[in-house]
Design a binder for this molecule. Structure first.
Ligand SMILES: Cc1cc2nc3c(=O)[nH]c(=O)nc-3n(C[C@H](O)[C@H](O)[C@H](O)COP(=O)(O)OP(=O)(O)OC[C@H]3O[C@@H](n4cnc5c(N)ncnc54)[C@H](O)[C@@H]3O)c2cc1C
Length: 224
């Protein structure tokens, strides 16, 4: 676990490989940010979601896959959804839902999702997953801690409809790096509020209305 010690003119980092000093540190170490823990901050996760995915050999499926399928069923996947889409020779099958529900029901969810996404398959192979932050809004006070700037999942910058975080991690990381390079960390807050913040805030509002309105087992198909 790295130790992060903010000083007036720099940040000291103590890691297993040695001690370092940096003018600024950009924390982009994921939802369970060790930098945040070291600074005594709570995770920026809100009420987190847990996501799991598996890659199934396309030859094991009884059909040719050339579409993106999304499955919504609030009974099986509260606050989440399941997906299946082609990825070269494999098919990416996964789902996410409220962490509290995932803990209790992971076997039932896996079985149900496999039956939607890959009929005929008894179980999904080599599943891997992780926490997905689901804040209602960005915590503006937390984004900049002196000379430490938080970006991506470590800042909770995740779009709350599909829980997409890759482009927002790249975007917020870029903005943090640019502000640090200019020696103007407060620019980061301004830029984040102009751009990535909208994806978190409005998608979270939209997602709450989805929870109220979605019909069980509604299915949306779209071409990719
Ligand atoms: C199952 C699942 C499916 C998803 N699907 C999508 C999708 O289709 N599209 C999308 O946009 N988003 C998706 N997401 C969300 C997306 O993965 C994240 O929002 C995004 O990866 C966040 O990027 P990040 O760089 O902030 O954090 P991460 O990708 O978590 O990267 C953090 C990095 O920091 C490293 N790290 C942590 N601690 C230390 C340490 N002490 N020392 C050194 N390194 C450290 C980690 O090893 C990791 O490489 C999905 C998430 C899950 C769980």
């Amino acid at each position: 676990m790295p130790k992060v010690k903010p000083q007036a003119d720099c940040v000291e980092l103590v890691t297993a490989k040695g001690a370092y000093r940096a003018s600024y540190v950009i924390a982009c170490d994921g939802a369970v940010s060790k930098v945040a823990i070291s600074l005594g901050l709570s995770p920026a996760c809100g009420k987190p979601v847990f996501g799991v995915l598996a890659e199934v050999d396309a030859r094991e499926l009884p059909w040719t896959m050339d579409e993106l399928h999304l499955f919504y069923d609030p009974e099986v996947l509260p606050r989440g959804y399941a997906w299946v889409f082609p990825k070269g020779d494999t098919v990416n099958v996964g789902w996410c839902c409220g962490l509290e529900y995932f803990r209790e029901n992971r076997r039932a969810i896996a079985k149900r999702t496999a039956s939607w996404a890959a009929p005929g398959l008894k179980e999904l192979p080599r599943m891997r997953g992780g926490y997905i932050p689901a804040p209602r809004d960005l915590d503006k006070e937390r984004l900049i801690q002196g000379r430490v700037l938080f970006a991506g999942d470590s800042a909770g910058v995740v779009e709350q409809w599909f829980y997409e975080g890759i482009f927002l991690a790249c975007w917020s990381g870029y903005l943090a790096g640019r502000a640090a390079a200019k020696g103007r960390p407060k620019d980061y807050l301004k830029e984040v509020m102009k751009g990535p913040h909208g994806y978190v805030y409005y998608a979270a509002k939209f997602a709450r209305s989805r929870i109220r309105t979605q019909r069980p087992c509604s299915r949306w198909l779209g071409s990719v």
